[in-house]
Design a protein around this ligand. Structure first.
Ligand SMILES: [Fe+2]
Length: 429
């Protein structure tokens, strides 16, 4: 087949700010996307069928692996990352599944010490007496003690973020992406934005409903802003075979619609570091480990069975839902992490569907620090000044509710405690 001349395809309408009339804009952009794909000489149904075949093959393989009682999630030893000796097959599996457990990322004692350090930090500042309840509804909980601590600047978190071992794993993960394409360097894989996020400490005995299947890269902006339309150009112009989930072209400058669940940073991988042992059946993270699934998610609303003004339930300011009604095929591959130990870290591609399983009467603690891989790029550089300001004043970072518990806490991590990685990650150097 001759590739279409994409320059002559009908242009797409785009909204650089969230549209006021969402149903009208969804209707308009879906019609335009269908028309653009049709002008390439293929139908939406043809293009979707290509994606569906690929996804079906991956899902079939994942289900077979699971049925054989084998691990679906790739696991790589930190030692192999440090010495640059990750086996080729392990790297290939990481790129296919799009997720990873790093074993022994930190020494177990080191991670357990950080966990204790966080307890000391919050207790010495009487956090539990002053806690006012969840500042957002995303992780809302009726417990008086939070599971998600809105704490960003403890010595433990900062030491983990600026640790050599963290920088090395982040660089390894960033390098799974292309970072250079179309003659542009989209990001610097060797340097990461220090992205402050919260911690979770879920105590033994917890009953939790978990978190439903969703993804975090964006919402309607993924179809509607000019930057994302370019980032997903191969999905939208009939050249689906060239779509590459590891190509960041145009993403690191694309505009996003603000919302309570928005992440200002471009993350190659979302991730967390375990500060306690977590057996695989104790309400842990699951993903749909199919790295090319985003093409399916973007094309699915264009099929005829979805109402004209509906993006399969995606809307602004709510996490992008993955639901059985529209994404049944993908959700069959939903796979939990294996048992993890304090000091292991867990990573998943930023476009990946994930969830947290429910748990009743949890055995042991479930404690993690959220630390992503967010390489230095225009978008992340733009967020950095507000992170620096929040760091210097002990404030909650801009992506999170304005709770500001730590402003008066004397023992938070200070400027003199930064090493070179920390200074570069905050943009001080
Ligand atoms: Fe999420």
């Amino acid at each position: 087949m001759t590739p279409p001349d994409t320059a002559v395809l009908p242009p797409l309408p785009h909204w650089e700010q969230a549209p006021a009339d969402i149903p009208a804009a969804v209707t308009q952009v879906k019609a335009a996307l269908r028309a653009r794909i049709a002008a390439s000489g293929r139908t939406v149904e043809d293009v979707f069928a290509v994606v569906e075949r690929q996804v079906m093959a991956e899902v079939g393989e994942i289900v077979a692996v699971r049925d054989r009682g084998e691990e679906v999630w790739p696991v790589i030893d930190y030692a192999d990352i440090e010495t640059g000796s990750v086996p080729a097959e392990a790297q290939a599996l990481l790129r296919r599944r799009g997720c990873l457990v790093v074993r022994g990322h930190f020494d177990r004692d080191h991670a357990v010490g950080w966990d204790r350090g966080i307890v000391d930090y919050v207790e010495s500042n009487h956090f539990f007496e002053h806690y006012r309840g969840p500042g957002d509804d995303f992780f809302a909980s009726v417990r008086s003690k939070p599971e998600i601590y809105p704490v960003y600047w403890s010595p433990a978190q900062m030491q983990a973020r600026q640790h050599d071992r963290m920088a090395r794993v982040q660089a390894f993960l960033n390098r799974q992406w292309k970072h250079e394409s179309d003659g542009v360097q989209w990001f610097d894989p060797a340097r990461n934005l220090l992205y402050p996020d919260r911690i979770r400490r879920r105590p033994p005995g917890t009953d939790s409903a978990g978190l439903g299947t969703h993804l975090d890269p964006g919402t309607l902006d993924l179809w509607m802003t000019h930057g994302y339309q370019k980032a997903f150009r191969h999905v939208f112009d009939g050249t689906i075979e060239q779509y590459d989930p590891w190509d960041p072209a145009y993403r690191t400058t694309a505009l996003q619609y603000p919302g309570t669940t928005m992440c200002s940073a471009f993350r190659t991988f979302q991730g967390w570091t375990a500060m306690s042992d977590m057996p695989h059946h104790q309400g842990v993270l699951h993903t749909v480990p199919v790295s090319g699934a985003m093409a399916y998610l973007l094309l699915r609303p264009l099929l005829a069975d979805v109402p004209a003004d509906d993006m399969c339930g995606v809307t602004i300011s709510r996490a992008f839902p993955a639901v059985d009604k529209w994404h049944h095929l993908l959700l069959q591959a939903l796979s939990g992490i294996p048992d993890v130990h304090a000091g292991d870290s867990v990573w998943w591609h930023c476009d990946m569907i994930h969830s947290v399983a429910p748990v009743a009467n949890q055995q042991g603690w479930g404690n993690v620090m959220y630390i992503p891989a967010a390489p230095w790029c225009p978008r992340n550089e733009q967020y950095a000044p507000s992170v620096r300001e929040a760091f210097l004043t002990g404030s909650s970072p801009g992506d999170f509710p304005a709770e500001h518990y730590e402003r008066t806490w004397p023992n938070r991590f200070g400027f003199p405690d930064l090493n070179e990685t920390g200074r570069r990650g905050l943009g001080f150097d």
